[in-house]
Design a protein around this ligand. Structure first.
Ligand SMILES: Nc1ncnc2c1ncn2[C@@H]1O[C@H](COP(=O)(O)OP(=O)(O)O)[C@@H](O)[C@H]1O
Ligand SMILES: [Mg+2]
Length: 272
């Protein structure tokens, strides 16, 4: 891809302090994030995917290396964040959760509400403006979180397994809607996901991190033309790339199950 990059990570290392002299979460990560593109990050649990997003968002300081935004005069871009849990304010309605970032920056409440309605429509929550979070399904709560991130018109949207807690069908639908939103608004996306097919279906480039400490072990430019449909999942090329990516993700071996002695007497009983 010959894109201009929005940001680049150079030799980024993050070591967390602990009792054993430090835990290295990321090691010498070099990465260019192309502007207006959709990037997916895959990697085993504990490979530093969340840490990577937190460093980019400025929530964690790298131990060494740099995060360099290629915005005019190096001004930091506006960043939107969505996590696996929606983390909504339970006492605020849908619309009040979405207007919150605008209120915090001092927008007039009427203006903020008008703006929020636009985003409520975009994420398909019409009619739920005045609902409280406890009455929403997981998918609806994530839509609110997405709208709350989008209302700030982020240059960069960081999504940390946003659909990880949803059932498979809701997840597919949310993925498709995310693509529509991304295509309609000019923004750069970095999506952390556990799902290889989600990464291939949604993104322009897939980055694979190694098991801890996370290093970039693979960068793949996704060859599928847009607009894409769910149908491409069944193509031979999609299946081959899925297998290929699966091979480059080294999962930690599962520990062997340990026999629990307290079941011993019961087993003996059953065995008789
Ligand atoms: N704030 C922290 N303090 C200490 N260790 C941390 C902290 N955040 C993450 N870690 C550790 O860093 C490693 C990478 O974590 P994380 O970035 O959450 O991985 P992933 O999102 O890929 O599962 C893990 O071993 C985790 O326990
Ligand atoms: Mg994580």
């Amino acid at each position: 891809m010959n894109d201009t990059s929005l940001l680049s990570l150079e030799d980024l290392t993050v070591t967390f302090a602990n009792a054993n002299g430090g835990l290295e979460a990321l090691q010498a990560v070099n990465l260019d994030v192309p502007e207006y593109r959709f990037m997916a990050v895959l990697g085993p649990s504990g490979s530093g995917k969340t840490t990577l997003l937190r460093v980019i968002a400025g929530l964690v300081q790298p131990t060494s290396g740099t995060v360099h935004f290629k915005t005019p005069e190096d001004t930091p871009p506006r960043i939107g964040l969505v996590f696996q849990q929606a983390n909504l304010m339970p006492w605020r309605t849908v619309i009040e959760n979405i207007t919150l970032p605008l209120e915090l920056r001092g927008d007039h409440p009427g203006v903020a509400r008008d703006r929020a309605r636009e985003f409520i429509e975009m994420v398909g929550l019409d009619g739920f403006e005045n609902s409280l979070p406890r009455s929403l399904s997981g998918g609806m709560a994530q839509r609110v979180a997405l709208a709350r991130a989008l209302i700030m018109e982020p240059d960069l949207l960081l999504l940390d397994e946003p659909f990880g807690a949803l059932d498979a069908l809701t997840r597919e639908r949310m993925g498709a809607e995310l693509l529509n939103i991304w295509q309609a608004r000019e923004t750069t996306v970095i999506l952390v996901t556990h799902s290889i097919s989600e990464a291939l279906l949604l993104s322009d480039r897939v980055v694979v991190l190694s098991a801890r400490p996370g290093r970039v072990v693979r960068e793949l430019d996704v060859p599928f033309a847009r607009p894409r449909t769910e149908e491409i999942r069944y193509s031979a090329e999609f299946v081959a790339l899925t297998r290929d990516l699966r091979d480059s993700i080294q999962e930690e071996p599962e520990p062997m199950p340990v026999e629990k002695p307290r079941f011993h007497s019961r087993r003996k009983l059953i065995g008789r």
